[in-house]
Design a protein. Structure first.
Length: 329
């Protein structure tokens, strides 16, 4: 089970970006924009998918590139993310809060501080599934804790190996409006900042991943034959595999990096470096660090909790992802 689940988690670090995480319908503020702001084609995409919808509100996320829509149909609230050619994200609001049983599971297994924690906007993904032997539906919830906002997403319990264990698989990231993947992308689907970056690097962007944190605030990941790149909305490199210098000891990371992680993870001392994702990188004058840590506590359900993070040259964290499993109760 351990090898099988470990492989699955590693593979999902990319695959899961196909799964969309969205802000709930009642979190989108502001009046409906004028037709000049939202193209008619975007309205048609929504009306074709939800012909009986009412209370539709559109909002531009990135000018000429991304939009969001909230609506009600048959008494159910939905939230959609759209690019110029299709709906890339759709979720249904299940309830304003999280059942106590799920809240206990996350509190007991996600290694962050739950000080003054509030769970809100429990949702189901209606577009993407995790395909691994069977299509596994995904869910997510907003977590506010310790003055920070996060998004937890997970798949329902499944048997991850030949043993009797049934487990949840969960992930936690800073709160985002939505994230998605695009395969075989047309030119209209590729964000302009990513198209420009890829052109400078000399490769095309048929496939990419996007995290949309707020209006005009996103992170984009793309790879070519040899390297991966993550950039922000301004085209600045946040992480790359170019010119890697491996780091093999936690003590070799700059102290501000380990201090920052320990401020997020109270039991940071239980974690050790894991895998090849621990390195310093440099590209076109940009330098930074990638770090991956794994909880090495004996007896944890494999794979144990993992931390992945990126930092810039000034040791400011630019990316954070926690992941792991939790025994079904």
């Amino acid at each position: 089970m351990k090898n099988r689940l470990s492989y699955f988690l590693s593979a999902l670090s990319l695959i899961l970006l196909a799964c969309v995480s969205l802000s709930s319908c009642d979190k989108v503020k502001g009046p409906e924009p004028s037709p000049s702001t939202v193209p008619d084609s975007i309205g048609r995409l929504v009306s074709e998918k939800h012909p009986g919808a009412s209370d539709i509100v559109f909002k531009t996320v990135t000018e000429n590139e991304l939009w969001e829509a909230r609506l009600t149909e048959n008494g159910v609230q939905y939230y959609l993310g759209l690019n110029p050619e299709k709906i890339v994200a759709e979720q249904k609001l299940i309830s304003p809060g999280l059942p106590d049983s799920l809240e206990r599971i996350f509190r007991n297994n996600i290694p962050i501080s739950f000080e003054n924690a509030v769970f809100s906007d429990y949702r189901e993904d209606l577009i993407n599934k995790i395909t691994w032997e069977t299509a596994l539906p995904m869910y997510n919830v907003k977590l506010t804790a310790g003055g920070k906002e996060y998004l937890i997403y997970w798949i329902r319990p499944y048997r991850g190996g030949p043993g009797p264990e049934w487990v949840y698989m969960w992930w936690l990231i800073p709160y985002a409006k939505f994230f998605y993947t695009s395969n075989n992308s047309t030119a209209a689907e590729v964000p302009s900042v990513l198209a420009s970056f890829a052109a400078k690097k000399g490769f095309t962007t048929g496939q990419f991943w996007a995290w949309v944190f707020d209006d005009n605030s996103a992170q984009l990941m793309v790879n070519n034959c040899c390297n991966n790149y993550i950039i922000n909305q301004e085209g600045q490199i946040l992480q790359t595999t170019e010119n890697m210098e491996a780091i093999t000891s936690l003590n070799d990371f700059p102290t501000p990096i380990t201090q920052h992680i320990s401020s997020i993870i109270p039991n940071f001392q239980k974690f050790q470096l894991a895998g090849p994702e621990n390195y310093k990188f440099s590209d076109s004058g940009t330098t930074g660090y990638s770090i991956r840590l794994k909880d090495m506590t004996p007896g944890t359900v494999a794979p144990a909790a993992e931390i992945k993070a990126s930092f810039n040259k000034d040791f400011k964290m630019s990316r954070l992802e926690l992941s792991g499993t939790a025994a079904a109760q």
